[in-house]
Design a protein around this ligand. Structure first.
Ligand SMILES: [Zn+2]
Length: 526
């Protein structure tokens, strides 16, 4: 072809240049001035190998080297997990399939040298054989994915959107997750940033969906792998009542849908913003006490979407996935959640006064027979949990540490009764939780410090609580009788000669004055 004049030739040349840039951009994945793009895909072609295969297509990164990192821990489980240890076959390619150089740096960093490539495809396998709520699991029956243990991030780039395509094993029809689905796409999901991606575990397989329920027009679902034999309707209606009692304390539902995800056999549960993953088997729920135990467990994980995910210590967000995120306040996040798990099941009318007192008694007997209480304060046990283990049982250190799961609920009760007593039962710890939710989560959009938490309690009580907070920051022996008497309760103890342990018992006083009676009744929801 010949050009008839230079003008046309020039215009055509500009057009061709533009077309070339567009095509080159497409082929290389280069999006000039575009924000970074992270597109994951995960498959499980041979579940018997326990290997998950992950690919990541990414563009928009900067620098001569790019550090891809695997988180060292997942929020909700405050232990270094070394997730990178089970990553195999890491490789990096250009979008044309040419290998790209990388080397390992430290235990959880893959340092990639992109050269002229503006887009990369990373791939690796994740060995997934541990049945635990904070670990991946894959076998021929189902798959459980912990995103923080699975999806690498680019250093300092955790606030960018992510997409995820899941390719389930042949014949697996269901995916349960709190992630948003991409409309019109099968098995494709998005998250606005890595905090949300890591907050949404994924269960894949042929799952059962239990009857759902709505509260305030918002749907609450329960999906599970092999949930066992039990009365679905009794279980779900009890769960609904528990959840309603939890919502009543804060008075706001901040998610657009909530899902309980039962991951099958294993241990534990972990809380998230709009979901929780729990080890679940309902087969024993007909046995005495089993339903109440299960409701306390599920109520605990549920209440966490307020207390720790939104009402949170300053240090717990935004997260640093590279190291311990230490705080003195896990006793508030975990201990008060244990306290509220009792109260919401009780206020839902699903346990008796006696069962409520036995629950608190359980914590009291554990802590008072733990020699560690003379060595480690409650705030220290929060800070040192990364060393002591999740329940304060560092090997060889059992006698020097305590668990905030045991002492935390007792301090919750002491603060609650102190506030109720000081305000003629017009205020309670519930008011503190509501204030923290509205002021720090909704208004300031941050966590609170140690001093701010104490101040919030004192402001609601209208008195100084210095004496009560000494039980948090020192190992001072707790004067239970005084605080229990505010609610018309009494404590007695005897020595068990067989095991040398002190056995404490809580009971109601015979004659309560009107304030004691009113505190006991509104506290217990009678
Ligand atoms: Zn918890």
């Amino acid at each position: 072809m010949k050009f008839k004049c230079d003008k046309i030739k020039g215009a055509y040349s500009i057009f061709l240049t533009a077309l070339f840039i567009v095509l080159t951009s497409f082929i290389t994945g280069d999006k000039k001035d575009a924000s970074p793009l992270m597109q994951y895909s995960i498959s499980m072609a041979d579940p018997s190998t326990h290997l998950l295969h992950v690919t990541l297509d990414c563009t928009g990164f900067k620098g001569d080297t790019i550090d891809f990192k695997m988180p060292q821990w997942m929020p909700g489980y405050y232990q270094i997990m070394n997730y990178s240890r089970v990553v195999n076959n890491f490789s990096a390619y250009s979008m044309k399939g040419n290998p790209v150089a990388f080397f390992k740096e430290g235990n959880n960093i893959w340092r990639v040298i992109p050269g002229k490539n503006t887009a990369l495809r990373i791939s690796y396998d994740v060995f997934s054989d541990r049945r635990f709520v904070a670990n991946n699991y894959l076998d021929t029956t189902h798959c459980y994915i912990v995103p923080a243990a699975t999806f690498i991030y680019i250093n300092d780039l955790t606030d960018i959107p992510v997409s995820l395509k899941i390719i389930p094993y042949n014949g697996w029809k269901d995916i349960a997750t709190g992630l948003d689905r991409i409309p019109g796409k099968n098995n494709e999901f998005t998250a606005p940033d890595f905090d949300i991606l890591y907050d949404c575990p994924i269960l894949i397989g042929n799952l059962e969906e239990l009857p759902s329920f709505e509260i305030g027009g918002i749907k609450h679902r329960f999906m599970a792998y092999d949930p066992g034999n039990f009365d679905r309707n009794v279980f779900i209606s009890s769960l609904e009542r528990t959840i309603r009692a939890g919502i009543e304390i804060i008075g706001d539902i901040p998610y657009k849908e909530y899902i309980f995800i039962g991951i099958g056999p294993g241990a534990g549960g972990i809380e998230h913003l709009n979901n929780t993953t729990v080890s679940f088997n309902g087969s024993g729920l007909g046995k005495p006490g089993a339903l109440v135990r299960m409701l306390k467990f599920l109520g605990h994980e549920y209440f966490h979407h307020y207390n720790v995910k939104r009402i949170r210590p300053y240090e717990l967000g935004p997260f640093d996935y590279d190291r311990e995120n230490r705080t003195n306040l896990l006793w508030v996040s975990e201990g008060l959640t244990v306290y509220y798990e009792y109260l919401i099941v009780k206020r839902a009318g699903l346990m008796s006064d006696d069962e409520l007192l036995r629950s608190i008694e359980g914590n009291l007997n554990t802590i008072e027979n733990d020699a560690g209480r003379q060595y480690q304060s409650l705030s220290q046990s929060s800070y040192e949990t990364w060393d002591d283990g999740p329940f304060g049982n560092k090997p060889g250190g059992q006698d020097k540490s305590i668990s905030y799961y045991e002492k935390g609920p007792l301090i919750g009760m002491i603060l609650d009764f102190s506030i109720r007593n000081a305000t003629e039962n017009t205020k309670s710890l519930d008011d503190v939780m509501r204030f923290l939710y509205r002021h720090y989560y909704k208004k300031l959009q941050r966590g609170f410090t140690d001093a701010e938490f104490q101040q919030a309690c004192q402001d609601v009580a209208g008195i100084s609580l210095t004496r009560e907070f000494e039980y948090v920051y020192t190992t001072k022996e707790i004067d239970y009788s005084t605080y229990l008497s505010y609610a018309g309760l009494k404590i007695s103890d005897e020595l068990n000669k067989n095991d040398g342990k002190r056995k404490f018992t809580l009971a109601r006083q015979e004659n309560m004055n009107p304030l004691q009676l009113s505190i006991f009744q509104s506290w217990s929801g009678n």
